[in-house]
Design a protein around this ligand. Sequence first.
Ligand code: GRF
Length: 202
Amino acid sequence: MSARLVVLVSGSGTNLQALLDACADPAYGAEVVAVGADRSGIEGLERAERAGIPTFVHRVKDFASRDEWDAAVAQEVAGHRPDLVVLAGFMKLVGDAFLAAHGGRVVNTHPALSPSFPGMQGPADALAYGVKVSGCTLFVVDAGVDTGVIVAQTAVAVEDDDTVDTLHERIKVAERTMLVDAVGRMAREGFTLDGRRVRFGR
Ligand code: GRF
């Protein structure tokens, strides 16, 4: 039976698209059962709609508090009974209610090599620091900012003439492959957390 994925997005959704394309092959072992967002009018939601996948949008500003928004997102996600929740370019931190409901089976992709350059500006911070290698990290979401247990990482060279955009685009190519490979393994093999390590297998 396929693992049920709920994917949360905030932007162009190229990582989501990579998952949708992978899920088209039954041997991949996963299906995207819903796509959620914290804003409307984004390409990520259009990609889901084109694929015939149910979508939902919860905007922080439509709730009385951040905690109420977080609880609403958690509840909506729970309604889709996910085996794994994938934050794919979701530009919000999930909170206590979300982690209470889904913690341990939520992964996020970050465009830097953790633990370097956490936060919203990973590619810009890496470029400003002058590192020669950066990359991407898939991790199991915890209460920190990009601090969770690392599932996968891929290194990407920083070129002398890179801008934030060229570096981020190069990272995103690696990120999509990393995400598809790692989520597929998690779906097919199962996984457990052992301290700061992910162990594949049931
Ligand atoms: C990815 O690089 C993700 O790590 C970052 O934003 C980008 C989202 O890209 N936080 P997309 O929406 O999947 O195209």
